[in-house]
Design a protein around this ligand. Structure first.
Ligand code: GDP
Length: 300
């Protein structure tokens, strides 16, 4: 929890402290206050719709509870944010006795490689046998980086040459994981959004190969989003969601940004569970997303 709290320092400063500045002790609750709060939430990357919704809920609570003074609203806001974040709390679950495939998608730079390294480390610590497929064959650096992570955590990386067919890498990895009876296959994918049509075709194909080769596998499609990009993360999620059935989100770089409020908009607008959060570059800096801890760390 302390690590989470530390990771959220910037968001706490950029979000909660600003909100607290609006909701000060001697202010009365009036239209101006609601407007100021709405603006502050939007600026904190909560997203327009979600900010409006939150302020709407606050208005209702003020009426219900006959609140008179701005500082009373802070707890109510915490409660309402908790309600949104709690929604459908889900973590990344590996099924025992089955092959689990985690297909990792997201734009370049979002933190896919790092997340794969951290995930492999964590699953290995849970005594699962893990294999990684270097499916971003477009960038030689991506393959090399993944191999470095693999060596660091002691997990084999299935790789082909730069420029080869990512579908073929996925195919080989599926064969390997089933013949060796391993527990988890983590598949990296390309993320060059500049060439959207090709990329989407490629992701679709990789997904199809996994489902065909491992029809009984428990398939997770994990979308990695960079919290520092704020509202852009939400539009990226929409683009990827059109091509693959995203089953969970990993929101990275929460430690490096004041834009952590974006997680509220993501939960509210996308209806895809945020399962993991990245709060640093180290092996241990990948956490299950737990709404209650998150809100408590934020409002500390
Ligand atoms: P990819 O292109 O999506 O594979 O992105 P990378 O995994 O290479 O990550 C891009 C950069 O973000 C690297 O410098 C990572 O160290 C950094 N990064 C990834 N996740 C986190 C995180 O949770 N916190 C911080 N501070 N940096 C991160």
């Amino acid at each position: 929890f302390d690590k989470l709290k530390e990771g959220l320092t910037k968001t706490r400063q950029g979000f909660v402290e600003k909100v607290s500045g609006v909701l000060t002790f001697n202010k009365s609750i009036d239209e101006d206050l609601f407007e100021e709060l709405e603006e502050t939430l939007i600026q904190a990357d909560v997203g327009v719709n979600t900010s409006l919704k939150l302020v709407g809920a606050l208005r209702a609570r003020v009426k219900e509870r006959k609140l008179k003074e701005a500082s009373q609203l802070k707890d109510v806001l915490k409660e309402e944010i908790g309600r949104i974040l709690n929604g459908d709390n889900q973590t990344l679950q590996m099924e025992k006795g089955k092959i689990n495939v985690i297909m990792v998608v997201g734009v370049n730079g979002a933190g896919k490689t790092t997340t794969i390294g951290k995930l492999a480390y964590r699953l290995k610590k849970e005594h699962l046998k893990v294999l990684i497929a270097a499916g971003d064959t477009f960038r030689a650096a991506a393959i090399d980086q993944l191999v470095v992570w693999g060596e660091r955590v002691g997990v084999e990386v299935i790789r082909h040459q730069e420029g080869s067919d990512p579908g073929a890498v996925a195919f080989d990895a599926c064969k390997a994981v089933s013949s060796r009876r391993e527990d988890v296959l983590i598949v990296d994918t390309a993320g060059r959004l500049q060439n959207k049509t090709n990329l989407m075709e490629e992701l679709r194909k990789v997904g199809k190969i996994i489902r065909r080769e491992l029809p009984d596998a428990n398939l997770e499609v994990l979308l990695v989003l960079d919290a520092t990009t704020g509202q852009n993360a939400i539009s990226q999620a929409r683009i990827f969601g059109e091509v693959v059935d995203v089953t969970g989100i990993c929101l990275t770089k929460l430690d490096g940004t004041a834009k952590g409020g974006v997680i509220i908009g993501i939960k509210d607008e996308l209806k895809i569970p945020v399962k993991l959060i990245g709060i640093g570059e180290g092996l241990e800096d990948l956490k299950d997303f737990a709404a209650e801890d998150f809100v408590n760390a934020l409002f500390m």
